[in-house]
Design a protein. Structure first.
Length: 575
């Protein structure tokens, strides 16, 4: 939208920036409530200013055993950064070498560039986000295509950066976890990409970059350590203030498996064999032994490999659909392997249940149920009750080294507290009646969780995923006005994908009027640069890590709502 880009180019101060961000928020939410204020933006625009819980920092283990630091902005700051990223995206388009976090490009496009080459070199940049200081971001925002004045550039870079202390040095850098970090790192890397693209072109080499993962490929070998190409390559990277991680540098020759961003590129772009093998195995178990055994097998493997990243209990159907969609993206919708797997999955009619007589007030779907003995045997664990400091009863079990919670129904609480009248606080115990209970895998608001019940839950009829979210009101209206045959034809068209459901129209807000003359540029404040910390990125975990912040907050919010519903807590207190 040309008018919108022109408007963004006229942003002259924090007041203008607030108006434009509010425009994007109104356009997205179709609502004029809870808009941003100048005071809020001003408080967050200074990374050194103390703002309560500006970022939530936590660590997840890497494959090499080290820890990766993740910095997730708080809800208010994340809301600001989300629309700020949307605004910057209207102006900025990444260069041709950048494949990561760019609309319309994917790891498949990145891999396609390097198919059928004799040599494929993979390099990894250490401390990718945290190598980019606030001053670098500020300077980049003053250049095309942004062209913000210094005050606006300083405010935006302040919103997007986080204060960091390492080895006694202080500085502000881009955090891994902020919605704006991917776009801004791509923008800062424009100069790096241009230089490496020119170097590669002169030497008959193909070059691409997916976030911190750089790939070079060619038919001839120019990758010897003393080669001019390699010397110039490392010189350019150092010149642009990045560092190569030597542990992740690898040259892959023709005849061995060549991988680019997790995909093989020897003869064509393809998934690794393990990916299709795992998908085939889970479908086979489901077909032969049923959903319960499939979920049990899947759950143990999933928790062992993804439990440190993903929060909450996994949804098997969603994971399989995600794997199938990825396979479709890589191989194509007409590929024989993909179509066969898709048909097998469709035939299984995934276990999504519609509650009828079971806990309808809390809208809980019971997916699978295990007796206590079955659960402990299947997951090789022991379940124990625990009374917390507030006198509330819960159940826990160990999944590997990690302890997980099980919600306890009111009926179970009555039985346990009758048998164990006054359990000590923070004391783990069992009761003799425990083996009569059941552990149910429940789903509410598309979130899975475990709940202990006094009786085995009854499940209702199964519903295939394609029957979810049907426009029932629309079909009933058509039935009344045109008859049952017309409604049936409309339903068939929707299920076949021939009819697209109408989308609620959003009212386009009026473009705000910005005032004030552009201020003259002042000399930039000196901010610590070249601040290096531990390597927080490896392989494709970056994208997964960024996606997970939203999942974590959604799960946390939904879990509180679920607990409140299950316990029918009228006074609004959370358990």
């Amino acid at each position: 939208m040309k008018d919108l880009r022109t408007l963004i180019g006229k942003i002259n101060n924090l007041s203008d920036l607030t108006k434009v961000l509010n425009y994007f928020k109104q356009r997205e939410t179709n609502c004029e409530e809870n808009l941003f204020t100048i005071d809020v933006l001003e408080s967050y625009a200074d990374p050194g200013k103390k703002v309560a819980r500006r970022y939530k920092t936590f660590y997840i283990p890497k494959k090499n055993g080290k820890l990766r630091e993740i910095s997730a902005p708080n809800r208010n700051l994340k809301d600001i950064l989300y629309y700020l990223n949307m605004m910057l995206g209207e102006v900025y388009q990444a260069g041709p070498s950048a494949m990561g976090f760019v609309k319309g490009r994917s790891i498949v496009d990145n891999a396609n560039l390097h198919v059928g080459q004799n040599y494929v070199l993979n390099l990894d940049l250490s401390d990718f986000f945290t190598s980019v200081s606030q001053s670098r971001v500020c300077k980049r925002l003053q250049l095309a295509p942004f062209c913000f004045n210094e005050n606006v550039a300083k405010a935006i870079s302040g919103l997007c950066c986080k204060k960091l202390v390492k080895d006694g040095k202080k500085g502000c850098v881009l955090p891994q976890g902020a919605p704006t970090s991917p776009l801004l790192t791509n923008a800062v890397c424009d100069f790096l990409d241009k230089k490496l693209r020119q170097l590669s072109s002169r030497n008959g080499v193909k070059y691409s970059r997916y976030a911190d993962d750089m790939t070079f490929s060619s038919m001839h070998n120019v990758y010897q350590e003393d080669n001019t190409f390699m010397k110039n390559l490392f010189s350019i990277i150092k010149e642009e203030r990045f560092t190569v991680n030597p542990d992740k540098t690898r040259l892959q020759k023709k005849g061995e498996r060549q991988e680019v961003t997790g995909l093989t590129v020897n003869d064509k772009v393809n998934t690794v064999h393990k990916y299709t093998r795992d998908l085939r195995n889970i479908l086979y178990i489901w077909e032969k032994y049923g959903h319960k055994d499939a979920y049990t097998s899947f759950y143990k493997h999933y928790k062992a490999t993804k439990g440190h990243i993903k929060k909450g209990e996994p949804v098997l159907e969603n994971v399989i659909i995600g794997k199938l969609d990825f396979l479709k993206m890589v191989k194509g919708e007409n590929d024989g392997v993909y179509t066969k797997f898709r048909s097998r999955f469709e035939a299984l009619n995934p276990n999504i249940y519609e509650p009828k007589n079971t806990n309808t007030k809390s809208k809980v779907n019971y997916i699978e149920s295990y007796s206590i003995v079955e659960f402990e045997k299947a997951f090789k664990t022991k379940i124990k009750f625990i009374m917390n400091d507030e006198g509330k009863l819960s159940a826990v079990y160990k999944n590997g080294k990690k302890e997980s919670s099980i919600y306890v129904s009111s009926a179970v609480k009555d039985v346990v507290l009758t048998e164990k009248a006054k359990p000590r606080k923070d004391y783990r115990f069992t009761v003799s009646s425990m083996e009569n209970f059941f552990i149910a895998l429940c789903r509410s608001n598309n979130v899975n969780y475990w709940m202990m019940l006094a009786n085995e839950p009854a499940r209702e009829r199964q519903i295939h995923p394609k029957y979810n979210n049907l426009p029932i009101d629309q079909l009933l209206k058509e039935w009344e006005e045109k008859g049952i045959e017309a409604a049936a034809d409309t339903l068939s068209s929707i299920l076949d994908g021939d009819l697209v459901l109408p989308i609620n129209q959003k009212n386009e807000p009026t473009l705000p009027k910005l005032g004030g003359k552009k201020s003259k540029k002042k000399s930039a404040n000196k901010v610590f640069e070249d601040l290096m910390i531990e390597d927080y990125m490896d392989d494709m975990s970056l994208q997964a890590s960024l996606i997970d912040f939203e999942d974590e907050e959604t799960i946390e919010s939904n879990t509180k709502a679920i607990i409140k519903l299950l316990n029918r807590d009228k006074d609004g207190k959370e358990e």
